[in-house]
Design a protein around this ligand. Sequence first.
Ligand code: ZN
Ligand code: ZN
Length: 455
Amino acid sequence: MVGVPASEVLTGWAVESPGPIQDGPLVRVRRAVASPGPGELLLRVEACGVCRTDLHLAEGDLRPHRASTVPGHEIVGRVAAVGESVTGFRVGDRAGGAWLRSTCGHCRYCRAGRENLCPASLYTGWDSDGGFADVALVPADYAYRLPEDQDAVLLAPLLCAGIIGYRALRRSALPPGGRLGVYGFGASAHLAAQVALAEGARVHVLTRSARARELAAGLGASSVGGAYDRPPEPLDSAILFAPVGDLVPVALEALDRSGTLAVAGIHLTDIPVLDYRRHLFEERNLRSVTSNTRQDGRDFLDTAARIGMRVTASPYPLGRADQALSDLAADRVNGAAVLVPGPRSRPRPWADRYLSGTAAGRTGIRTGRGEFDERPAWRRPLIQRQPPGRLRRTAGRCAGVSHEEPDGSRRVHARAEGNGHDHRTEITHADATRIPGNETLEDTARCMSGQSDHH
Ligand SMILES: [Zn+2]
Ligand SMILES: [Zn+2]
């Protein structure tokens, strides 16, 4: 073993007794971490995405495989130590730990390149401790190499939301230039939709969340509507991301002849009785998606880099993992929630958007001076603002984060709190206020927070 820390202590969260999220099934833990065994990497966690599966594990929709397990399977970390016989990673490398943790390698599925169906497969954060912690052990053979030059918060959602969404897209058998329906639009859907769009599909997004509809429209969806609405044209393919069985017949009915519906989630509420003629006849197909292969992961990560995947993430300090799960349960997360360890990280519960691999090839925000601020969001100065007509200043304060769209316009995410109110709003493109080019972010922040009174 190389790069051995003498004794490593893990600080994080574990699922003690699964139950409703408001009952606090996640508890803080501190425990010793074993040195990496043969083939293992010890990662110092830079960021860990929060997946709906973590919520299912915390709430007991998925039965625990072992007691007091640390959830989290979208782990971006730096290799702090490597076990014996590890090849492909060295201390200091960036590595990604994902949901699929190991497979047997010799069953009929593994031999046929379908390791996602291996009956002996194990999963990160279910069969072993995951990434809701500052350190994590992952098997090197199932870890992904990740780009060194991207923000860890951007990369984390790719590791499950992205990979599973990609497999779901492939399972939906979308033909080239086809018509795709996307039901539910969270972390996974917003990434899969971009792959489909990049491949020339017309994408129709159906979701109950107004903010998610806005995100979908901004990414180029041809139409957006409510979860139970009928898309404006028959679909070749549909993916059900929402864990809602009631939507299965709704999505099947929206399919054209021989269309395919793929159910992306690991858990689904009961599916109502189907009517053969309305929902399945005319050779419509209903498919599930089970985990992923490592090849899916590599294909997706390559695709994400190639198309300049744009990731919408809401960073939370690791210490607020319980809040992140509550927000996910209540549909309050825009895009993907991502936990960031670090003693000094502060709560940043509003959505922040990053651009990845776009024409600029960089992530960050344009500052008032026209400079590009590439610091991660939590290291940037806050812009506090009071957008006219949308957020009323109360006894509390308004705060927002702005960034530049690819077309050069500004987009602002804002949040108001005070007087018992705590609402967030995402100001639409048209409403976004252009911040004068001669003002710095700090000046703007001062003026918007009322320290200057010319507003
Ligand atoms: Zn997941
Ligand atoms: Zn196997």
